[in-house]
Ligand binder design. Structure first.
Ligand SMILES: NC(=O)C1=CN([C@@H]2O[C@H](COP(=O)(O)OP(=O)(O)OC[C@H]3O[C@@H](n4cnc5c(N)ncnc54)[C@H](OP(=O)(O)O)[C@@H]3O)[C@@H](O)[C@H]2O)[C@@H](O)CC1
Ligand SMILES: Nc1ncnc2c1ncn2[C@@H]1O[C@H](COP(=O)(O)OP(=O)(O)O)[C@@H](O)[C@H]1O
Ligand SMILES: [Mg+2]
Length: 278
């Protein structure tokens, strides 16, 4: 397994060209957050915007609109019941994150199917949380797109059929090949399975073991792949690295590192990394 290095992250987070605008840095649709799990979609959307994605739209339950906008005025919203509005937005975006706080109701399943039907092969689709469980439960066919799954070990057990205790590199790799997707298997020292190679994160620790931490990573990966879309693998590896790098920094003087604290630090740490080679 290859270790993800700081040098790779420094190469990925380039200084921004001057003649650019918000459309130059990717457009992302974030789908999730039912009435119970509104916090998840606030974290995912925030992480994407603080990672530098040019334009983010959040499709969520309307009961989350006010709290989402109070925390994050930069995002636009779609009522998740308006499936046509989701389909229309899909035509405009570089990528989609689906699943954080989505739940597993009939509406959640219908929304996942709407996205699967309309997504194009050129687009990124990050599949997290409830969306992974919906695929596992309903054995859904996967669409043609740049697929990125971000399961924790139990979600990976449900999706892959491999019990947590038997999730070895070779068995995980086999299922990665079948799924034709990148797999970010989240745990202590997260592993990333791709067609070409397997990577391991050597950062992060138990101060990160708090609800919403994975929702945040999904948003960072969404923000990175849409923004650094020419180097998608490096974008995924870099987002995963930076998420734990920031947590470790905070963890030097905090017992627990909260997802919203990590999000707040992303722009500053990206600036540091973008200046490292200059
Ligand atoms: N603020 C919000 O709105 C939040 C909303 N959220 C949303 O909730 C939805 C459900 O997601 P979920 O992850 O909470 O539930 P689920 O998939 O059932 O997994 C938990 C089960 O798996 C087991 N387990 C074993 N290994 C594990 C591992 N390495 N990592 C983690 N778990 C592991 C674990 O074992 P146990 O804790 O019992 O020891 C337990 O039995 C999803 O949409 C998500 O986005 C959350 O993000 C929280 C904040
Ligand atoms: N002990 C730990 N060491 C390192 N990373 C951890 C640890 N516990 C949790 N994490 C990280 O926190 C995140 C948890 O993801 P997930 O379970 O999906 O959270 P949630 O769904 O609550 O947002 C993952 O990125 C995981 O690697
Ligand atoms: Mg999760």
């Amino acid at each position: 397994m290859q270790k993800i290095t700081q040098a790779l992250v420094e190469q990925t987070i380039k200084k921004r060209a001057v003649h650019t605008h918000k459309g130059s840095f990717g457009k992302l649709l974030v789908v999730g957050g039912n009435a119970q799990f509104g916090g998840a979609i606030i974290l995912t959307s925030s992480a994407a915007i603080y990672s530098g994605c040019g334009l983010v739209t959040t499709a969520t339950d309307p009961s989350n609109f006010a709290s989402l906008h109070a925390r994050l005025p930069e995002t636009m919203v779609i009522d998740i019941h308006q499936q046509t509005a989701i389909t229309e937005m899909l035509k405009k975006v570089t990528g989609v994150v689906i699943g954080p706080g989505l739940g597993e109701t009939t509406l959640a399943l219908q929304t996942l199917q709407t996205v699967f039907q309309s997504i194009e092969a050129s687009q990124f689709l990050i599949i997290d949380g409830s969306a992974i469980d919906l695929i596992a439960t309903h054995t859904l066919d996967l669409p043609k797109a740049h697929l990125i799954f971000t399961p924790h070990e139990m979600e990976w057990q449900r999706l892959s059929g491999i019990p947590i205790a038997s999730q070895t590199e070779s068995r995980n790799k086999q299922v990665q090949k079948q799924l034709q997707a990148t797999i970010v298997l989240k745990k202590h020292h997260t592993e990333i399975y791709t067609d070409a190679a397997t990577y391991q994160l050597t950062l992060g620790g138990p101060a990160m073991a708090t609800g919403g931490m994975g929702d945040t990573l999904a948003g960072m990966i969404g923000g990175f792949v849409t923004q650094f879309s020419n180097t998608p693998l490096n974008a995924i590896l870099s987002a995963t690295y930076l998420h734990s790098f920031i947590a470790d920094e905070l963890g030097q003087s905090q017992y627990v590192t909260l997802p919203h604290q990590i999000i707040k630090r992303i722009p500053q740490v990206m600036w540091q990394f973008s200046n490292a080679n200059h």
